[in-house]
Design a protein around this ligand. Sequence first.
Ligand SMILES: *[C@@H]1O[C@H](CO)[C@@H](O)[C@H](O)[C@H]1NC(C)=O
Ligand SMILES: *[C@@H]1O[C@H](CO)[C@@H](O)[C@H](O)[C@H]1NC(C)=O
Ligand SMILES: *[C@@H]1O[C@H](CO)[C@@H](O)[C@H](O)[C@H]1NC(C)=O
Ligand SMILES: *[C@@H]1O[C@H](CO)[C@@H](O)[C@H](O)[C@H]1NC(C)=O
Length: 488
Amino acid sequence: MEIRIACRWAIWALMVAAAHAALDVDLASADSIKSVAKLVASNLMSYYHGDEPGNIPGILPGPPPAGPYYWWEGGALWGAMMDYWRATGDATYNAQTQAALIFQANSPQDNFMPPNWTASLGNDDQGFWGMSAMTAAESKFANPKPSDPQWLALAQAVFNTQAARWDEEQCNGGLRWQIPLANNGYNYKNSITNAIFFNLAARLARYTGNDTYARWATRTWDWTEGVGYIDADYNVYDGAHVEANCTDINKAQFSYTAAIFLQGLGFMYDYTKHDQDNNKPWGRRISGVTNRTLEIFFPDGIATEVSCELEDKVQCTTDMLSFKGYVHRWLAQTTQMAPFIRGTIMPVLRTSAAAMAKSCTSDGVCGFRWNARAGYDGNTGAGQQMNALGALMSMLVDVRADDQSADGRPVTDSTGGTSKGNPGGGGNPALDPTAVYAPVTSRDEAGAGVLTVLVLVSWLVALAWMSSRAGEGPEWVDERGIKIELGT
Ligand SMILES: *[C@@H]1O[C@H](CO)[C@@H](O)[C@H](O)[C@H]1NC(C)=O
Ligand SMILES: *[C@@H]1O[C@H](CO)[C@@H](O)[C@H](O)[C@H]1NC(C)=O
Ligand SMILES: *[C@@H]1O[C@H](CO)[C@@H](O)[C@H](O)[C@H]1NC(C)=O
Ligand SMILES: *[C@@H]1O[C@H](CO)[C@@H](O)[C@H](O)[C@H]1NC(C)=O
């Protein structure tokens, strides 16, 4: 009897040990990385059921309470899958990716604002889909059929709708977090929203060569820095409220915000490369944000979501569980745009990717914590799996299966890009940030009256909402689970 129990125990222990052996990858070998990435990608896609009967194409199970994933994370997933294809040449998921992006583009406006998801539609959520459309254009991902919206046009539509929401009335500029007045967080201007707008503007500038986008990128960076969300040491803080003139800064830091700024900075650096005076400040910012990002989010050279991945417990929301992958991919891409930073960034991404491999089972199922001595932590999900894939992709950033762009850099209109644009798309014209606005005419004054009423109503809504939460303490937790202190 006892021997049988001991035997069973031994067999079980062996099975566990086998299943928990780390992912076996040689980070010096592109072939090894690719074969492991195939496994990790397939496990990632096992979370996607959008193309099964009765389900909605493009989205991961959700949004809560229907499933754990908010709408934006679907947009993030397709960006990761395009990077996977670009780096490995494995086109297994391309048809699903194209169908997903087109379905959620939401014809006829084609600006990634489907009415279904209004309740969880922030500028950042819309922007994540826009960044994936931009990735498609830059990767020469198969163009949709002519009657469908095109990648570049989709990215421009997102940019245009957001530029039209730039709000000078409060805090001297910037974008609000939420789009609908009634959403929690409409009165919050945050870094992630402005980082994504900056990122899109920088990439559109480089892709199209149209300087209007570059001026918007500059304006957005200047505003974010000016209001103190990015400080002199290049910390990137979460955001603040319009009622406090954006001075009640929530100092939480999240890795993806810095990474999205950094990727955009890389594009601005490349865009300005023939103009020394203009180029220099972008280079300095890349150096500064890189230093700070590696210091904060890569203790011991291993990606860590420090605001919620604590030493003794992980208290990250589903959103936050996906940030490490973006950081890996976008820091790697920054090295393509600004080669001077390569020697700083790549060694750290390498130690981090090696730690990631130890956090997975040999079957390519990956946990969340990469710095655990125990290896695989059993904390799994689409975000965790996207993180692992992102780390592997960051090791392949210069490899491109498609031989038309040998250096693996994102293409532009003039270096092989084929995506068709629509500079005026999206339903709202973009404003020229440097334009001198026409004097107010009586017609505009009527418009201003309507605006005043709208602003008043929004104030009343915000006040009512704040007082309804007054009993809940000095801070509330937003839809992302990010703690935001209420302005007093
Ligand atoms: C919106 O929701 C309806 C009902 O669930 C669904 O049929 C449709 O596909 C959804 N559209 C988008 C763009 O998600
Ligand atoms: C609000 O803050 C900006 C700087 O971000 C400043 O220029 C402006 O004067 C402030 N407005 C008020 C009313 O305090
Ligand atoms: C980043 O760190 C490097 C190495 O310590 C240093 O030379 C550089 O000046 C730093 N960049 C900034 C903008 O502080
Ligand atoms: C440049 O971009 C702006 C902003 O979208 C647009 O209004 C303008 O028409 C574009 N110019 C050209 C030449 O495409």
